[in-house]
Design a protein around this ligand. Structure first.
Ligand code: SF4
Ligand code: SF4
Length: 403
């Protein structure tokens, strides 16, 4: 009788998408990834490729938190697809990069704040990003048109004659604060789910505390070098076939450091404005313009290269359903840098007003959509690498000799 009641409770919970433990039931992408992990965990041929396989061997079964952690630890280098003797047409049908990519898409939605934006971005990421950029740019151009002749006048690069400084600082402050808060909430939700502290065996608290510092240094180092895009052997990852290439790693680096330099240029310009009391426009040789130009070159070359690789990529690697979302993000990065350079070139002409309006609209769209796609993966991935570096420093629960 008791068994029947327990089964009834379990069935009712499952009907509500929950397990009897209160945890959410796995969605099909997670169930499939867990199936493939059981095969990989028995095979272990790919152990040397990346952090995912050593982390997997510390487990015998894979719940939702494990799947989300391992999926974000995967950098989609593709190596384990070409190495796999159980890949299709084998009946085991193991395509591990694809399974990991599909679970990552679940995490973009699951941890997004607000979640509804995550759902919308996952379903129509490219359309949302590009229409938002177009809509905001159009709105700003129309607002300028209504404001009068400022749109056609050469203003000698004085941006604040077009949009007052306080207006720009307020609008961008709000957009930036939203992006940071949404990303922070996503990172918090992800970490609460996967944190090793959540199911730490008794007595390992001091070990975990001592591991935090060295683990943070190791994870930062791995993130900054994009270590696992080296494919585990240092020759790079796969793109269109089983040949290794460093191209993805280099284009990711150009994009990442280009973004950081552009961000640094904005911070330095803010210091110039508020601390040194120097207003834009700044000379071409000034620090904000030099940093912005170097960052802009990185943000042009990096995303252009990533788009080129994305168009040529073997469709079996990753999840083709996510390609429009990825390409939408790349297109926004490219549009940001291209419109930034156009603004630099045209700042002394009558086209400065309209170019500034378009550039600001694109930058706003980029920041508003950052928390919902590939950029969120960069945050979750950094957290996953930190967890991996922590976990390595703790004894394996299985006591089977792993690590
Ligand atoms: S991907 Fe294939 S070869 Fe690699 S560990 Fe898994 S089953 Fe083995
Ligand atoms: S695709 Fe690359 S990073 Fe992902 S699990 Fe396979 S080998 Fe590791």
């Amino acid at each position: 009788m008791q068994q029947l009641e327990a089964l009834t409770r379990e069935a009712a919970a499952l009907a509500n998408g929950k397990l009897a433990t209160g945890k959410l039931a796995l969605v099909p992408a997670e169930t499939e990834a867990a199936r493939q992990m059981q095969i990989c965990n028995a095979c272990r041929y790919c152990e040397g490729f990346c952090a995912v396989f050593p982390a997997m061997t510390r487990r015998l079964e894979f719940g939702q938190a494990d799947l989300h952690y391992l999926a974000n630890l995967c950098h989609n280098c593709g190596a384990c697809l070409y190495a796999c003797q159980y890949a299709p047409p084998h009946e085991f049908a193991v395509n591990f990069p694809q399974a990991m990519a599909q679970v990552r898409a679940v995490t973009y939605e699951e941890y997004a704040w607000p979640r509804a934006f995550g759902v919308l971005y996952r379903k129509a990421g490219a359309t949302t990003a590009l229409s938002l950029a177009f809509g905001l740019a159009l709105f700003l151009v129309l607002a300028l048109t209504m404001a009068g002749p400022v749109l056609q006048q050469p203003l000698g690069g004085h941006f604040y004659a077009v949009f007052p400084h306080n207006f720009m600082a307020t609008v961008f402050g709000l957009v930036f604060a939203f992006a940071v808060f949404a990303l922070g909430m996503g990172a918090r939700r992800f970490w609460r789910e996967v944190s090793p502290a959540a199911d730490l065996p008794r007595g390992q608290g001091p070990l975990l505390a001592a591991a935090r510092g060295p683990a943070a240094v190791e994870a930062t180092h791995d993130v900054a070098r994009l270590k696992y895009l080296g494919g585990g052997h240092g020759d790079g990852c796969n793109n269109e076939d089983d040949r290794y290439s460093q191209a993805r790693r280099r284009f990711h680096h150009l994009t990442f450091y280009g973004f950081l330099l552009c961000f640094a240029a904005t911070c330095v310009a803010t210091l110039y404005h508020f601390v040194l009391r120097q207003e834009a426009p700044y000379a071409l040789t000034s620090l904000p313009v030099v940093l912005g130009s170097l960052g802009g070159i990185g943000l042009l070359a990096g995303p252009a290269g990533l788009l080129w690789l994305n168009l040529r990529r073997d469709p079996r690697q990753g999840d083709v359903a996510q390609r429009p979302m990825d390409r939408g993000f790349i297109a926004l990065l490219l549009a940001t840098s291209a419109s930034g350079f156009a603004l630099l070139l045209l700042r002394d002409t009558g086209l400065m007003g309209v170019t500034l309006a378009v550039h600001l609209g694109i930058v706003m769209a980029l920041f508003l959509t950052l928390p919902y796609g590939k950029f969120a993966h960069a945050i979750y991935r950094s957290a996953a690498l930190f967890k991996y570096a922590l976990e390595k420093r703790l004894p394996s629960r299985l006591q089977l000799g792993a690590d």
